[in-house]
Design a protein around this ligand. Structure first.
Ligand SMILES: [Zn+2]
Length: 256
């Protein structure tokens, strides 16, 4: 009997960990955002989070996944859209998706009547969701569960495409989240402006474009390694930077 429980627990954990950008990616996005907050936003966020940094709370959305009480938020980490369709053309998930998650969090944070407890919760969730939005496989297709059923090999170890973009590439690259945040690309004001332009729907399609590029350049069962890193590591680093800059812009607007 005990073994049955153990097997079930392991199975559940593996399901629950399916949709998650690894901690390093989330923390780096949080750290880049932290560095780009206005003084006013920084103060208000500091008060809500009781001094915790955006990097620290960025993984909260995944940390609570194993708690049954929070299962209803699991679909809010991603959206699946068939190739050739737009977000609006495809029927929505009744349980919500990443767009719904971001909209809900922004609404709660902008509402002056929201409780402190709700503000804490939804700020943590918003920081997490904007991170997820920049992991291209979180804007994937239903057929392979956002790349989770897309089996590949990473330096000769069996894994899947989602995991490669979640954590394998970042782990192989070997930088900590602070190193990643400290080594972002130097951008002109115009370049920054272009990145933060628009809203989270524009950012979703930006990630989607990358996701489509990834599908064109990756085969099921493919052995991935150094060559893949050469091709995509700068792009992944750029996704982290974009995520951080955009998160800061959104937070600066909410807490203006
Ligand atoms: Zn997530």
């Amino acid at each position: 009997m005990r073994n049955v429980f153990l097997v079930m627990a392991t199975f559940l954990c593996s399901i629950l960990s399916v949709f998650a950008w690894g901690p390093t990616g989330h923390r780096a996005v949080g750290e880049v955002a932290q560095q780009n907050l206005t003084e006013k936003a920084k103060e208000k966020i500091d008060e809500i989070l009781d001094g915790d940094s955006l990097a620290l709370i960025s993984t909260y959305g995944d940390d609570i996944k194993s708690d049954r009480e929070y299962w209803k938020f699991s679909p809010w980490h991603y959206v699946n859209i068939p190739f050739g369709k737009t977000y609006d053309e495809h029927p929505k998930n009744d349980n919500g998706d990443i767009v719904y998650g971001i909209n809900t969090a922004v609404e709660v944070l902008k509402n002056p009547n929201s409780s402190k407890e709700d503000k804490v919760f939804y700020l943590k969730m918003l920081v997490h969701f904007i991170g997820d939005l920049h992991q291209p496989l979180h804007v994937g297709i239903e057929d392979d569960k956002g790349g989770n059923d897309f089996q590949v090999r990473w330096f000769n170890k069996g894994t899947n495409l989602h995991r490669v973009w979640d954590s394998e590439m970042l782990n192989s690259f070997g930088m900590s989240y602070t190193e990643l945040a400290a080594n972002t690309k130097r951008l002109s004001e115009e370049e920054k402006e272009a990145i933060v332009n628009g809203d989270h729907m524009d950012w979703l399609y930006d990630s989607r474009e990358l996701m489509e590029d990834i599908y064109e350049n990756t085969d099921i069962g493919e052995k991935l390694g150094y060559e893949y890193m050469y091709r995509y590591m700068d792009t992944l680093r750029s996704q982290i930077q974009k995520g951080g800059l955009r998160l800061a812009t959104l937070l600066n607007e909410i807490f203006e």
